[in-house]
Design a protein around this ligand. Structure first.
Ligand code: PMP
Length: 388
């Protein structure tokens, strides 16, 4: 049977994830030091795990309302107000989702008609282009450059916008580059979106992870954007809760009504146990995050110094837990570099091209791994580049 005749063509035709292909190679080896993983190396804080277990003890094993526990949405409204500067009604404008992955998917499905174009910046999270295509949209990458510290330029956006552009999808701090926007950047992008009448999908999942004294500036802090903004945040990264699959979407009621419809029919509600864990996570977020954030910043500072010493150029990654060193000068493609490094030194990094064509010349090194491992990894990388 020809899959094209029997399966959804727009899914059959999606390219395989470059990151998956590389992980398949990594999985054939043992004793690898991996800087390839995109999730915290910390376990979730103990009191959060206990709250999940307690909810089971108490028999909280049923569905919640479609949008999630009201108590949790109320806590989120407070958190978003204090930390992002946006005001959302917990009754009608906040939805608890199965990770930001679900939130991004249903937001795109809610707004796109076939052929609608969505601008997004590359290098970016591997799921963006496929998610847009799965929602019958047309992904339109906008290149960001190391010379600009991977911030989005308005000229680059203006060059790609057309009458069919429906939305712009953003992720700052950025996976994989660690890029962070200044307030002036956020204001300029907001003005661009308003000028072209676009919806803004802002994935701020790494919001708490900014380094060197930088402050995260949320798109939710721009009042003029409120009516066209879909904000995503969640528990996977800053609370180290990837396995709980907990995140949330904030959007004005006129959009949320439609987003919620998809969630209601496709998902029913996010897992109840995880919602109780998330509720506990809202009790003292700063204390939970502090030791983890301190460790990431220490590792990031170490990596900056160590790559500089090894003669490997790197822009200043001011957010998230990824470094994006430039390996172009060693005369290998990103993929060749990653495969040969793995072969020679048993260290896994991800080729920059997994995050878009303009990632060529770079590799992504996650520092969501212990400092001792990082030190050993960089010693091996330094030894490897000397052989090139
Ligand atoms: N957005 C970005 C930018 C990410 O890096 C990730 C996870 N790697 C996600 C979304 C998905 O997060 P979640 O675990 O909440 O689905």
């Amino acid at each position: 049977m020809d899959p094209h005749d029997y399966l959804a063509r727009h899914i059959v035709d999606l390219p395989k994830s470059g990151i998956r292909e590389f992980f398949d190679i990594v999985s054939t080896r043992t004793g690898v030091i991996s800087l390839a993983i995109g999730e915290p190396d910390f376990d979730s804080p103990w009191h959060i795990r206990e709250a999940a277990a307690k909810s089971l003890d108490k028999g909280c094993t049923h569905y919640t309302g479609n949008a999630g526990l009201m108590e949790l949405r109320t806590a989120i409204a407070g958190y978003v107000k204090n930390n992002f500067g946006g005001t959302y009604d917990p009754a009608t404008e906040i939805l608890i989702t199965v990770g930001a992955s679900e939130g991004l998917d249903i937001a795109l499905r809610a707004i796109l008609n076939p052929g609608d174009e969505v601008l997004y910046h590359e290098p970016c999270f591997v799921s963006y282009a496929p998610e847009i295509a799965m929602a019958h949209g047309v992904p339109v990458p906008v290149e960001t450059r190391v010379e600009d510290n991977f911030r989005l330029s308005i000229e680059a956006l203006e060059a790609k916008v057309t009458p069919r552009t429906k939305a712009i999808m953003l992720n700052f701090p950025t996976n994989p580059t660690g890029a962070v926007l200044e307030r002036a950047d956020v204001e300029a992008i907001a003005a661009f979106a308003i000028r072209h009448n676009l919806i803004v999908i802002s994935d701020e999942i790494y919001a708490e992870m900014t380094w060197g004294g930088k402050q995260h500036v949320s798109f939710a802090s721009i009042p003029e954007l409120r009516d066209r903004l879909i904000l995503h945040h969640g528990y996977s990264k800053s609370w180290a809760m990837t396995g709980f699959r907990m995140a949330y979407v904030c959007a004005p009621k006129w959009m949320m009504d439609t987003i919620l419809k998809i969630h209601q029919y496709a998902i029913m509600c996010a897992p109840t146990t995880s919602q109780y864990a998330a509720l506990e996570a809202m009790r003292h977020p700063a204390e939970d995050m502090k030791p983890m954030l301190q460790a990431y910043e220490q590792r990031r500072n170490f990596l900056r110094a160590a790559f500089a010493e090894a003669g490997i150029p790197m822009h200043n990654p001011a957010g998230a837990f990824y470094a994006f060193p430039q390996i172009e000068k060693f005369g290998l493609t990103s993929r060749e570099f990653a495969v040969r490094l793995l072969d020679a030194e048993n260290v896994a990094v991800v080729p920059g091209t997994a995050f878009g064509a303009c990632g060529e010349g770079f590799v992504r090194c996650s520092y969501a791994t212990g400092l001792e491992q990082l030190k050993e990894a960089v010693t091996r990388i330094a030894r490897f580049v000397k052989t090139l």
